[in-house]
Design a protein around this ligand. Sequence first.
Ligand code: 13P
Length: 340
Amino acid sequence: MDTRELEMNAMKLVSPGRGILAADESTGTMGKRLLGVGLEPNEEARRSYRANLFSTPNCESAISGVILYDETIRQNMDDGTPISEFLTSVGIIPGIKVDTGAKELANCPGEKITEGLDELRERCSEYYQMGARFAKWRAVITIGDGIPSKSCISTNAHALARYAAICQEQGLVPIIEPEVLMDGSHDAQRCYEVTSEILKETFSACKEQGVHIPGALLKPNMIISGKSCSVQIPRQEVAELTLRCLMENVPSELPGVVFLSGGQSDEDATAHLNIMNTIDSNPPWELSYSYGRALQASALKSWAEGTPEDSQQSFAHRAKMNSLARYGKWSEDAELEQKL
Ligand code: 13P
């Protein structure tokens, strides 16, 4: 394991004012997103939308890395340049989703286990040769009546650690993503407890399996009430609870925490991160973003309704807002100001 290269790339991914664009929607998910804005989902539709997004002028000032899907890392920009080569040339690190999706967990109705460990070593080696320098694996934890079960927590934590160890062996910085879903009527306290449990178990499995924490990143959910909970806590409280939960469960040697947006509105995702970066608690890690929907929703809408430039402007604006949030300098007023 080349720990120096891993640490250097992990630090670059959370360098000041920058964060990650998650553009690794599987073919099925991307199909749903395209249909949602009235576009026909096919390979060229996925490629052209993403190629346009990646060529947004100056986006590297706010975007340190892009997570790609297997199909995308094999595609080219409009001028024929391989996408990963193009990203590297503008100073953006290409990353790759390496899990093969969350499947039904045996004996645990309503719960999922993320798969993809088979042949993972060989796939990571190929992705490294294609220019990828980091990877993502997403575990999905659902809160409900009597769930998550111990089995769901321990099997997902174990798989996350196995994935992280194999990635590091092959030179890829693993993004460890144990996502506690917002779906449900649970309150924020329940989200706090479940998030603590999966984080504890995941870092314990990582320790057992020798994962080099300074060469990894964590992609967690924030501490939020379930979508259908009648009590939605204010932004300040989301930020405080999230930070407290991380302080209790995340090792200090980790270079960065890159949040997922998980279905929050664009502005909530930005505002929560912004508040965390203004609270004077001195966390040992960088607090950044690895947003999918919260960076792309408006860009996809303008891609369908306007010009390619409109789509780039929408993306540039959200990227800029989140970049400001990295410094705790975002405000409602900034939302109205000139785009990038
Ligand atoms: P969202 O920000 O849309 O949750 O996507 C991030 C991601 O990569 C989920 O795995």
